[in-house]
Design a protein around this ligand. Structure first.
Ligand code: ATR
Length: 282
C-alpha cells in the first residue's frame, strides 16, 4: 500500500434527491470504485424540497468533491452551477456537479450521453439517419434531445400529450437538427426506427395513448424508466411486435459512468455493473 493511503479518507460524493432512498447510484458508484480502485465514498442525501441549495453548500463546505442530482432538483442544480457544459445548457438541467476546492461549482448533464451510449455502444442501434419518435416533453425529454440530434438522425419527432410543450422543446432545438413536434393524435402511420418513452406515465402504471395505426413492428422501443417488471410502454411495444425493447437500466449505469469519469478521470467498465444490477433487481 502506498505511503499515506491508510490514513487518507476517501473523497466524498453523493446523490441529492427527494425522495432518494430508492436510488441505485450509491450501489453503482460503489461498484465503479471497487473496479477502478478509486478512493471514493458515495452516499444518498435526502434534501428538503426547499433545502437543496443549503444541502449542497453544506456538503461542499464539508469537503464533498461532487454530486449527482436527481428529481426534483435538476433545474435548481442548473441555477446553482456557476459554470456549465454545453449539454447542461441545452437541457437547462444539471445531474452532475463538480464541487471545486475554490468553492465554485461546475454543472454537467450526463443523461443524454448515457442514453446514446446505451443505445449505440451496448445495443448496436444505429442513430445516424434513424427516424426517431420521442414521447414526452418534460425534464427527462429535454435532457436527451440535443445528444440525440448530435447523432445526426434523419429526423426527430417529439410527441406529447400537451402538444404545445413539444412545440416549445422542438423550437429550442431547431438549430441542432431536423426536429418537429406534434400531439399523439397527429401520429399517423409514419414508420420510426426508434421510439423512446420519456414520459412519466409509467409511474402511474400508464403509458402514452398512441394511435393504433402507429407502426411499431421492427422499431426499437426504449423506456427511460425501469422497474423489476417491464414497463407498461414496453409491454405494449412487445405486444405490437417491436424488434427490441429496452428499459432505462443501461442508461442509468452509463450516465453514472460519465459522471464518475468527469470526477475521477477514469472510465469504469459498465457491462458487468449493468448485468449485476439487472440480476439484483430480479
Ligand atoms: P419529467 O421530468 O419526469 O419528464 P415532467 O417535466 O413533469 O417530468 O414531464 C412529464 C412528462 O410525462 C410530460 O411529457 C407529460 O405530458 P404533459 O406535458 O402532457 O403533462 C408526460 N406524462 C405524464 N403522465 C402521462 C400520461 N399518463 N400519459 C401521457 N403522458 C404523460
Amino acid at each position: 500500500m502506498p505511503a499515506g493511503t491508510a490514513h487518507t479518507p476517501p473523497d466524498r460524493y453523493a446523490v441529492f434527491g427527494n425522495p432518494v432512498a430508492h436510488s441505485c447510484s450509491p450501489w453503482i458508484h460503489g461498484r465503479f470504485a471497487e473496479q477502478t480502485g478509486e478512493q471514493v465514498h458515495y452516499e444518498a442525501i435526502l434534501a428538503a424540497h426547499d433545502g437543496f441549495a443549503l444541502a449542497i453548500t453544506a456538503f461542499h463546505d464539508a469537503g464533498g468533491k461532487g454530486a449527482n442530482v436527481t428529481l426534483p432538483f435538476k433545474e435548481l442544480a442548473w441555477e446553482l452551477a456557476g459554470e456549465r457544459s454545453e449539454r447542461a445548457e441545452q437541457a437547462r438541467a444539471v445531474n452532475t456537479l463538480v464541487l471545486r476546492p475554490d468553492g465554485t461549482r461546475y454543472g454537467d448533464n450526463t443523461d443524454g450521453v448515457g442514453l446514446v451510449r446505451d443505445l449505440v455502444t451496448n445495443h448496436g442501434v444505429d442513430l445516424r439517419n434513424a427516424a426517431i419518435l420521442l414521447l414526452g416533453a418534460g425534464g427527462a425529454a429535454r435532457g436527451i434531445v440535443a445528444p440525440l440530434l448530435e447523432q445526426r438522425p434523419a429526423r426527430l419527432v417529439i410527441a406529447n400529450r400537451t402538444p404545445e410543450r413539444a412545440r416549445q422543446l422542438a423550437e429550442g432545438a431547431r438549430a441542432l437538427g431536423p426536429v418537429t413536434a406534434c400531439g399523439y393524435d397527429a401520429l399517423g402511420n409514419e414508420r420510426f426506427t426508434l421510439i423512446i418513452n420519456a414520459t412519466s406515465a409509467g409511474i402511474q402504471g400508464a403509458r402514452p395513448s398512441l394511435p393504433d395505426a402507429l407502426p411499431v413492428a421492427d422499431a426499437v422501443c426504449y423506456d427511460l424508466m425501469y422497474g423489476a417488471a417491464p414497463t407498461p410502454f414496453l409491454r405494449w411495444a412487445a405486444g405490437k411486435g417491436a424488434r427490441l425493447t429496452m428499459d432505462g437500466i443501461g442508461m442509468l449505469v452509463e450516465q453514472a459512468a460519465e459522471s464518475f469519469a468527469l470526477w475521477r478521470s477514469v472510465r469504469p467498465d459498465t457491462a458487468p455493473v449493468i448485468a449485476a444490477l439487472r440480476q439484483q433487481r430480479g
